[in-house]
Design a protein around this ligand. Structure first.
Ligand code: ATP
Ligand code: MG
Length: 240
């Protein structure tokens, strides 16, 4: 399988707090890579480095064979790196449709007519076609998460970075999120999916990476990793 993203020896410190010491992983085309790790392990920090919000102290990010470590946030977005935020941040006073349309207009270089068509297509894929005229601020948590994924899809990502898109949801809502991620994968998008819910890692990913103590501790087949001694000792054994 072709490699789309290569993270090599990534490190970041905030003062004396060495949050990431040495993170290495590869993401393949059309793969869903799950990332688990204790609270405060640096998972969100890692996404913030991948999207350019934070600058690493050390390390290299290669995207489709190109070193993007020094690229700006908009450059990375245009090249095809999309993300969702742990706490969804829609434009609350805009409608669901307008939120997606804004992403389509500003995230990809297409005409307004094409953007309108694309927005309707995305709304159908994220199952929000019946909420198009509602203000985003009125949505419940699951629909906010759907909208967050839709806004990311509007920028035509090749890689989508998901930060706890299933967080805070009920068991049946988590099933909806599993379907949402399957839909994203079916569009040919590769995914890095941070989540604390074991079921999502077992049923929704191709490989799982355990991030702890600033390092990539173990990475491999979901069942093997979730049953590994490392995950039991470091992750399941801790209060997450
Ligand atoms: N901008 C920043 N400045 C200083 N410290 C930061 C900054 N961002 C994150 N940190 C610190 O980095 C550490 C890792 O935080 P991060 O949010 O990445 O954890 P996480 O693995 O995503 O945890 P959770 O599972 O709870 O979401 C924390 O100690 C946090 O306080
Ligand atoms: Mg986090």
């Amino acid at each position: 399988m072709k490699e789309i993203l290569n993270v090599d020896q990534l490190a970041i410190s905030f003062g004396n707090n060495e949050v990431l010491k040495c993170i290495n992983f590869k993401l393949h085309e059309n793969e869903v890579l799950g990332v688990i790790g204790p609270n405060g392990a640096g998972k969100t920090v890692m996404l913030n480095i991948l999207t350019g919000i934070l600058k690493p102290t050390k390390g290299t990010i290669t995207f489709l064979g190109e070193d993007i470590t020094k690229d700006t946030i908009p450059e990375r977005c245009r090249k095809g790196i999309g993300r969702t935020f742990q706490v969804p941040r829609p434009f609350e006073k805009m409608t669901v449709y307008e939120n997606i349309l804004t992403g389509c207009v500003y995230g990809s270089r297409i005409s307004e007519k094409e953007a309108r068509h694309k927005a309707l297509d995305i709304l159908e894929k994220i199952k929000l076609s019946d909420r198009t005229k509602d203000f985003a601020g009125k949505l419940g948590l699951l629909d906010r998460k759907r909208l967050e994924v839709g806004r990311a899809l509007a920028t035509d990502p090749k890689v989508l970075l998901l930060d706890e898109v299933g967080g805070g949801l009920t068991e049946s809502e988590v099933e909806e999120v599993l379907d949402l991620v399957r839909m994203v994968k079916s569009q040919g998008v590769s995914v890095v999916w941070i989540e604390h819910i074991i079921k999502t890692m077992l049923e929704g990913t191709d490989r799982v990476l355990l991030l702890a103590n600033g390092c990539d501790i173990v990475c491999g087949c979901p069942q093997d990793v979730m049953n590994s001694k490392e995950v039991t000792d470091i992750y399941i054994g801790c209060e997450c």
